[in-house]
Design a protein around this ligand. Structure first.
Ligand SMILES: NC(=O)c1ccc[n+]([C@@H]2O[C@H](COP(=O)([O-])OP(=O)(O)OC[C@H]3O[C@@H](n4cnc5c(N)ncnc54)[C@H](O)[C@@H]3O)[C@@H](O)[C@H]2O)c1
Length: 448
């Protein structure tokens, strides 16, 4: 009886059905993350792999009280596109098809890639918008040519329109899986759509290739997520364009490996009021991403993204005795023999009761792209959901997936993985008109 009553008061948001195919457009289509994501989806479609690490495919969401024991899979709870409905396309500075690129990336076993040869071979990247001025350690040859950055943007727009027409998809999303570009600070050219378009026509040096893809996507009505730490979509001109065209955007920098561990550990230490003297993090990786980050200008972009995490989680301004004076260092070392199997070391100097020091050592032998691929999948499906639900601008509820979450003006980014997860799940409950879960729980004890 109570159940029926609750159902009738539900105020579900208007979410358009995910009918038709969903196009997934990826700058950096030949990279380790991208090929691991695409090959993974192909493997899962064929029943020869499982979507481990993906919330949209594997996680459940509790609805109602604990006593109701109602925890459906997220994908059964809310209308998401199915994996069979995804159609891939993208750009890269190398012409290798996804089969060749997967083999070169060396993330997945050769046998597994071989089993997926046919669908992967069909995926060939379109020529990229690229310049070595923005990624020093790469030298591409599969590139677009144009006198101005606006010419290049128009070519990307044409690519998007052609793909939409030829593939027959009904909706599109774009996820940047391209290399980390050099550190660029926001400048007046990023301040408004007008200034940005003038900058495109005049080849302004503060407009990096990634921004040209974002501009093209948003002009074509395509939601965008940024998997790298580049400025890319994170400035007023692009935020205005996203709002103007009613499009969701999200970023930046996929939260995998070491930063994932940081955002798991730090909230735990902070919640117990354990102090911090220092956190020293090093990474050894040997993939192309590592090669790009070997350049100090690209590393600077990554460093900013990795460093910001602790500051926001520990809140030294609120807890000066515990966190005002810690030393935080992040290093990335390019070490080719390790390939994509990164090794991350963390030494954490903490202190407890009466100031007594302790240490934690974390040695994470991880596989970066194996951790990143399910993030790409979830972002694709959730961005599409956001778009169908009429959400536009920054999607803070997707902070869960990013090292350096985009946030509204005047807000600080939320880094705590567990708060991020609660926010994500409550957003889904909100969309479906279900009660939000606060974990107060007093009503179980007849106190209310
Ligand atoms: N691997 C991870 O777990 C992880 C985690 C967080 C963020 N990231 C970021 O995601 C991005 C991809 O990582 P990856 O490991 O796949 O790197 P990768 O070097 O294997 O792939 C990047 C691809 O982008 C291509 N590229 C570079 N500039 C381009 C452009 N302008 N247009 C089109 N293609 C372009 C490169 O040729 C390459 O194939 C990087 O920026 C990386 O920092 C990766």
């Amino acid at each position: 009886m109570a159940d029926t009553k609750k159902k009738s008061t539900k105020k579900q948001k208007n979410i358009l059905k995910p009918s038709g195919k969903l196009g997934v457009m990826i700058p950096g289509m030949g990279g380790a993350v991208s090929t691991t994501f695409i090959a993974g989806v192909e493997a899962i479609r064929r029943g020869i792999g499982k979507p481990i690490g993906s919330l949209t495919q594997m996680a459940r969401i509790r609805i109602g009280k604990r006593t109701e024991k109602n925890s459906p899979l997220i994908k059964d709870f809310i209308e998401l596109a199915g994996l069979d409905d995804l159609v891939f396309a993208g750009w890269d500075i190398y012409p290798d098809n996804c089969y060749e690129a997967s083999l070169k990336a060396g993330v997945l076993d050769k046998d597994q890639v071989e089993a997926l040869r046919e669908p992967l071979e069909r995926l060939k990247p379109m020529p990229a918008v690229f310049s070595r001025d923005y990624v020093k350690n790469l030298d591409g040859r599969h590139l677009k040519k144009g006198k101005t950055k606006m010419d290049l943007a128009k070519q990307v727009i044409e690519d998007i329109e052609n793909f939409k027409k030829e593939s027959g998809v009904s909706r599109l999303v774009m996820v940047w899986c391209g290399s980390t570009e050099i550190y660029i600070k926001q400048s007046p050219v990023h301040a408004s759509i007008t200034a940005f378009e003038k900058g495109l026509r005049e080849n302004h040096p503060d407009i990096a290739p990634s921004m040209i893809y974002v501009y093209a996507a948003l002009k074509c009505g395509v939601p965008y997520a940024n998997g790298a730490p580049n400025l890319s979509v994170d400035f007023p001109a692009m935020m205005d364009l996203a709002k103007k065209n009613g499009l969701p955007i999200a970023g930046k920098d996929f939260k995998t490996g070491q930063t994932l561990m940081k955002t798991i550990l730090a909230p735990g230490l902070k919640s117990r009021m354990i102090g911090l003297h220092g956190w020293f993090s090093t990474n050894r990786l040997g993939n192309r991403d590592g090669e790009v980050l070997d350049d100090p200008y690209s590393f600077k972009t990554k460093e900013e993204s990795k460093l910001s995490v602790l500051e926001y989680m520990f809140q030294p301004e609120l807890y000066p005795e515990l966190y005002s004076d810690y030393y935080h260092k992040v290093r990335i070392n390019y070490y080719p023999p390790r390939g994509d199997a990164k090794e991350a070391w963390d030494n954490i100097d903490i202190f407890g009761w009466l100031g007594y020091p302790m240490q934690i050592k974390v040695n994470f032998l991880c596989r970066d792209s194996i951790l990143a691929a399910p993030i790409v999948l979830d972002l694709v499906l959730f961005l599409d959901l956001a778009s169908r639900a009429g959400f536009d601008g920054i999607q803070e509820w997707l902070s869960f997936y990013f090292k350096s979450p985009m946030h509204g003006e005047g807000l600080y980014p939320e880094h705590d993985l567990f708060i991020q997860l609660m926010k994500l799940k409550n957003t889904l409950r909100y969309l479906k008109g279900e009660e939000l879960i606060t974990h107060l729980g007093l009503d179980y004890y007849n106190l209310m």
